[in-house]
Design a protein around this ligand. Sequence first.
Ligand SMILES: [Fe+2]
Ligand SMILES: [Fe+2]
Length: 137
Amino acid sequence: MKWDSSFAIGIEVIDNQHRKIFERLLAIENSIAKRDPWHVLHFLLSQLAESMKFHLAVEESLLEVTRYPGLKGHLESHTRIIDQMAELEEKLKRDPSGESLVGFFEDWFLRHVLSGDRDYADYLKVEFPAICRRKAA
Ligand SMILES: [Fe+2]
Ligand SMILES: [Fe+2]
């Protein structure tokens, strides 16, 4: 997998966070391919969890202050991602072949970024265009 500009949803601060998470997923993929010992993988997974939790909290605040109508469903999707991350760690511990990571990549990217996040980005572009134009610090 490679980062593609089509993954961008058009809100710079969010796109930067998505990209960082994507890069951390790639680092895990590489670590699996190199058959790194478990403690290395564990460290990379904790880094992923850290940037993911931060990102989800930023999105949740953004959607609350802008009164996004789909907030409830979006929050539920975030809870699922946190659960899936815990499952991913368990699966990789049992079988570090990378199969479970492929599933997580697809789920996270296809459902979260390319679908769920795009929906709120469409709402913000209409209702709060200034937020979408703002450059990331
Ligand atoms: Fe997101
Ligand atoms: Fe989200």
